[in-house]
Design a binder for this molecule. Sequence first.
Ligand code: PGA
Length: 241
Amino acid sequence: MNVLIYDNEEQIGIAAGNYMCGQVLQKPDSVLGLATGSTPLKPYRQMSELYKKGVIDFSKVTTFNLDEYVDLDINDKNSYHSFMNENLFRHINIPPENIHFLNGNASDLQKECDDYEKKIKAAGGIDIQLLGIGSNGHIAFNEPSDCFQRWSHIVELKESTVMDNSRFFNSPNEVPTRAVTMGIGSIMLAKKILIIALGKKKAYAIKQVLNGNVTPMCPASVLQFHTDVTLMLDRDAASMI
Ligand code: PGA
């Protein structure tokens, strides 16, 4: 893994946003795998800035988001649809028909997951996947478990994830407890991966990812087996390596 350590989140935002945009400059019809959470906020801001400055054109880009809550209205402010619109899509020019999400309100969630995999494949696969990491080592909503789940699937969220995400809701009781998520196989098929970790809360997970065994108990550890991973860390997230 290419491990890059920065002084602060601001710098990572610029570096990560530039890295994503660099992919699009190199290949204007890139397929981007996108993430939600606090981690990608500054990278998305940088991507939006570069678009505003006329440096980059996203009109041929296709996107696939990693995950979405089950049974949460897509217009709810906490849905990942809303998050992406607010923090990226409304600022840049990706055609709406090129934007893909798992639908957590689908009547047949398993079919929705299977269809999502087909759509990724039909688009030619993901060129670059942006990832955050959970304090428990999850990537997307692939939670620690006894085995790696290969493709997109339905997941029960761990208590620790519900608690981590409750900061966005009025109370932990409002956090959905199920989600649909790309699987580990879906993520590992991306040609490049950019993973970012910020803050002390992520330090132990990062230590496991870099120095631990590959185990589904720390889902992100599987990235050791990918051949093109860039890991951007702030000093706190890097404090245990
Ligand atoms: P965060 O979440 O960016 O809000 O810390 C990351 C994740 O859970 O994957």
